[in-house]
Design a protein around this ligand. Structure first.
Ligand code: ADP
Ligand code: MG
Length: 372
């Protein structure tokens, strides 16, 4: 094993009886949780329920008052905290890129401290930009030149630059536009498959939890209420709190009765652009609105979609020239048929169209795909 590697892969993380108090405030009370190697475990609960505290005990940003955490059966108190953190990726909502460093230097902060040679650093940065779906030329740009979503991707790239087998994520998509968030979730699922890491992911969004999680741990008032697979939570909620939290997902159990319009996200005007517009202008508007997908129209009729990265790299062209064809559905179409069509096409996105005009977006996710 390389000198700074504590583990090549995660077999298990065992959290036993962890508690943490701040004065009289209980942030965590007797948390017991076993995380399996390779799984994506969601921690979900209302604000103040102890999610961030629980997450930070794993990389020792917070030391619990009592209890024990073992990774691969080693007590983490026996590891040097800095070394432990080099082996655990950490992504937060605020991202925390350094404004005066370009993207390459932001991503390669730790490799530079570890004195990797220049070629190795450049190769790794290019590899990671590719992984998070950003053009290589972004290496030379500065954080302020990037949109919120692009910065969040850089945050993810930086967190995995040392190829840690464990990734902790604290509401990473929490501050993003709702549609961009769904896009990043789908991208993240793809990346996750390629990486095969163990991930603990905090969110307060039950949709996101169902979309991403292998298992979901529900917290309330500093305690773990229930941990189970998404469908088990729907079928066997432990109490009213769980049952209310997952109630919106009961509808998925009767998907045959649903139509595309029941699941689509409505398209507000900020997503819709005339295809005759110049890309420079479109890119500016998209960055300002915090979106990465443009739905292009001509005379209000749908032409297709265009991706922010591509628009950014073709600024002297018109939007029409970078517009791609997209799958379309009518709002009244049966949802399970629509999802099956997308699945067959290996597609995750469709535009919902009424009389030729774009009215919504349909983005499929893991839960939906499993149900069809
Ligand atoms: P969550 O991430 O679920 O919103 P946290 O884990 O951040 O919740 O916080 C759990 C509880 O502990 C909250 O009541 C919070 O106010 C309290 N808390 C967290 N950190 C501190 C701190 N450094 N000092 C005092 N209270 C804190
Ligand atoms: Mg938190």
């Amino acid at each position: 094993m390389a000198e700074n590697k504590l583990f090549n892969r995660i077999e298990s993380i065992k959290i036993r009886n962890i508690s943490k108090k701040y004065g009289e405030i209980k942030a965590l009370e007797n948390l017991n949780l076993a995380i399996e190697g390779g799984e994506l475990l969601i921690l979900i609960g209302p604000s103040g329920s102890g999610k961030t505290t629980a997450l930070k005990t794993i990389n020792r940003l917070i030391e619990p008052d009592n209890g024990q955490i073992k990774i691969n059966n080693h007590d983490i108190m026996n590891f040097e905290p800095v070394k432990l953190r080099r082996n655990i990726g950490y992504v937060i909502q605020q991202i925390g890129l350094f404004p005066h460093l370009n993207i390459r230097d932001n991503i390669s902060l730790i490799p530079r401290i570890e004195k990797w040679d220049k070629n190795r650093i450049n190769d790794r940065v290019e590899e990671l930009l590719d992984l998070v779906d950003l053009p290589k030329i972004f290496a030379k740009r500065y954080p302020s030149e990037l949109s919120g979503g692009q910065q969040q991707r850089i945050g993810l790239a930086r967190s995995i630059v040392m190829d840690p087998p464990l990734l902790l994520m604290d509401e990473p998509f929490g501050a993003l536009d709702p549609i961009l968030r769904k896009q990043l979730q789908i991208e993240f699922l793809k990346i996750r498959k390629e990486l095969g890491k163990t991930i603990v992911f905090v969110t307060h969004d039950i949709e996101e939890a169902f979309k991403l999680g292998d298992r979901i741990a529900i917290m309330d008032k500093a305690k773990l209420v229930q941990v189970a697979k998404p469908n088990e939570l729907i079928l066997n909620p432990k109490n009213d709190f769980v049952s209310q939290l997952v109630s919106s997902h009961k509808k998925f159990m009767h998907m045959d009765n649903l139509k595309v319009k029941d699941l689509m996200v409505e398209l507000s005007n900020k997503y819709i652009f005339e295809s005759s517009k110049n890309n420079r202008e479109v890119a500016q508007k998209m960055k300002k609105n915090g979106i990465e997908l443009a739905v292009t129209v001509s005379d209000s009729k749908l032409e297709g979609i265009a991706n922010f990265n591509i628009i950014c790299t073709a600024k002297n062209k018109d939007l029409r020239e970078v517009t791609e064809k997209v799958h379309t559905f009518s709002p009244e179409k049966c949802l399970s048929e629509a999802v099956a069509e997308l699945k067959e096409d290996k597609n995750t996105l469709a535009v919902v169209v009424e009389n030729g005009r774009p009215v919504g977006l349909m983005l499929t996710d893991k839960l939906l795909l499993e149900l069809v």
